[in-house]
Design a binder for this molecule. Structure first.
Ligand SMILES: Nc1ncnc2c1ncn2[C@@H]1O[C@H](COP(=O)(O)OP(=O)(O)OP(=O)(O)O)[C@@H](O)[C@H]1O
Ligand SMILES: [Mg+2]
Length: 257
């Protein structure tokens, strides 16, 4: 048996010494880090589960992954168990790097997890302070500079990663808008249930109108892709299977299963 660390070492060794470049999936010069926002304002649609499973899967294949918990409920953070050196009471969450006054360097809030290649930035209730801080900042200086807070924080550390996953909160608040601005791609998890799909439609409508306003203000998002992902799917459940067929008709290739 090999540990994950040993598999990674073998991967790098073979890529370099045996000229098997394909075995090392890390990006090369000229390729950008992909920042994927996992978002939907429907609660419980598997945003956090998708982030963590996708992140682990990518890390086990040799990618350098950073998962950022953007949700004050901090489920992604809790799922890490006890992280060495992490104490949410000490302001050790994303908020410290995106606040307007005296932000800390982002590298200070990155934590290694028990899976090599899978790092996290944690969340806590203090992330809700961003909403008030943005309102105050807008009153002071106006504009849409708050949208850049997440990308400015990530810019400092993206060289070290191939993929950054943003686990958004179930709401379309300022933090989510800032995450959508930082993202290079968007993944929308949605269970194949009538009410979930209906709610996702409303989310998209609202997101589209916000994004249009922001685009007009010169702060538009630039995504390479936006995909829907059916979650919690049970093929034996007829209503779900029907809903899946309907979603396939509507979203075509943009629907992932
Ligand atoms: N594929 C799955 N099969 C069964 N249960 C699942 C699956 N994915 C997620 N769950 C369960 O559904 C619940 C909600 O999942 P999760 O926390 O990932 O959703 P979320 O969209 O992040 O929720 P929130 O909106 O509160 O952030 C959890 O109890 C999780 O274990
Ligand atoms: Mg969640």
């Amino acid at each position: 048996l090999y540990s994950v660390g040993q598999v990674l070492e073998l991967r790098m060794h073979l890529a370099e010494k045996a000229r098997k470049k394909w075995i090392n999936p890390r990006r090369v010069d000229g390729e950008d880090c992909q920042i994927i926002a996992i978002t939907n304002f429907k609660g419980g649609s598997s945003k956090t589960a998708t982030t963590i499973h996708l992140g682990h899967w990518l890390a086990l294949r040799g990618y350098r992954v950073l998962a950022v918990d953007m949700d004050p409920q901090a489920s992604l953070t809790s799922l890490q168990g006890a992280l060495p050196g992490f104490d949410y009471r000490e302001g050790d969450t994303l908020y410290s790097a995106i606040r307007f006054d005296d932000p800390v360097p982002t590298e200070k809030i990155v934590h290694q997890t028990h899976i090599i290649g899978f790092d996290v930035i944690c969340a806590g209730l203090e992330l809700t302070e961003f909403e008030t801080a943005v309102t105050l900042e807008m009153r002071k200086s106006g504009g849409t500079s708050f949208l850049l807070r997440v990308s400015q924080a990530l810019e400092q550390i993206v060289d070290r990663y191939d993929i950054v996953l943003l686990d958004c909160a179930p709401s379309l608040n300022f933090l989510t808008l800032s995450s959508l601005t930082a993202a290079t791609g968007v993944l929308i998890p949605v269970p194949a249930h009538m009410l979930d799909v209906d709610s996702t439609g409303k989310f998209l409508e609202l997101a589209a109108s916000y994004m249009q306003i922001l685009d007009e203000a010169g702060a538009g998002a630039r995504w390479d892709f936006a995909k829907f992902l059916i979650t919690k799917f049970e093929a034996n459940d007829h209503p779900q299977a029907n809903m899946q067929a309907l979603m396939r008709q509507v979203f075509g290739e943009d629907l992932l299963l």
